[in-house]
Design a protein around this ligand. Structure first.
Ligand SMILES: [Zn+2]
Length: 291
């Protein structure tokens, strides 16, 4: 094989990794800022309902402004200190100004976003499916990280992801493999299954086992992968959540009885199903003797 032929695929994967790093850097901003923006919104709404004066007008805070700064010393980051992963390595994980430690979240999210882009690119190649699969992958990563940190799954992400999945199904099989019928049943079914589990759990234990955000997330995943894959997504998410939750409890990283967010496991399972749902399902059925 000549280099002329090999070069384009090399470029393709390198570009995907680079794009993943840049998108990961943006996802970090969303992961850090969106929960604060939601909290400010709730406080403003509550003040209005209670007829209280709104909190003093603070400086604008959203995904675009202010520029990124060190949470410890407040120094604004120079562009050179804000490069995905590379700056973290050059600065050896410390702020260039005050030497305070930089959270591992930043390089981790950037690397995971790049790895996802690479794997999705290997799975779907240069096709129309690719941008759809990338958007789904990165959105799931942002949701998983936000839920892990704050136990929130923002409607402002889960609902657009759901709509986008339904719309993408209109272009099937060019855009995604799921037909509109499978996507619609997947969305409604995903919500309904977890809602029923939630109600049963509440009835049996008097506790809320998860949040409405989890229902919306599984609805969105159902829209993207189709209702046929929902049992697989739920099974993998439950096993992963139980395993990791158990491990964290045994090692004393979290207290017994503390709620473990379910969203990250739903997101991970949804993503694995996007990549290899049919293969995993077939392997499971074969191993369990069902097929
Ligand atoms: Zn600093």
């Amino acid at each position: 094989m000549s280099a002329m032929v090999a070069l384009p695929s090399w470029f393709f994967y390198a570009a995907l990794i680079l794009l993943g790093l840049v998108v990961g850097s943006f996802l970090n901003v969303v992961i850090v800022r969106l929960p604060h923006m939601m909290e400010a919104r709730w406080k403003a709404d509550a003040a209005e309902i209670l007829d209280q004066p709104p909190a003093s007008q603070e400086t604008a805070y959203n995904l675009a402004v202010p520029r990124s700064s060190c949470p410890h010393c407040g120094t604004q980051l120079r562009a050179i200190d804000n490069l995905p992963v590379i700056s973290f390595l050059i600065l050896r994980g410390r702020c260039a100004h005050c030497r305070a430690g930089i959270s591992w979240q930043y390089p981790a999210v950037e690397l995971i976003a790049a790895a996802m882009a690479l794997l999705v690119g290997m799975r779907f190649g240069a096709s129309i499916v690719l941008p759809f699969a990338l958007v789904l992958s990165w959105t799931l990563l942002a949701l998983a990280a936000i839920d892990w940190k704050t136990q929130l799954l923002p409607d402002s992400i889960t609902l657009p992801l759901l709509w986008l999945g339904l719309l993408a199904s209109l272009g099937a099989p060019l855009t995604i493999a799921v037909t509109p019928t499978d996507a619609i049943i997947g969305a409604a079914g995903g919500y309904l299954i977890l809602w029923l589990v939630f109600q049963a759990f509440l009835l049996l234990t008097g506790k809320e086992g998860m949040g409405y955000g989890d229902f919306k997330l599984l609805a969105a995943i159902g829209a993207w992968v189709g209702w046929q894959q929902l049992p697989l997504v739920l099974l993998m998410a439950s096993v992963a959540g139980a395993l990791v939750g158990g491990l964290l409890m045994i090692t004393g990283r979290i207290e017994r009885g503390r709620a473990i967010p379910f969203g990250p496991w739903l997101a991970l399972s949804g993503w694995l199903t996007l990549l290899a749902g049919d293969t995993i399902l077939h392997a499971y059925l074969t191993l369990s003797g069902l097929q």
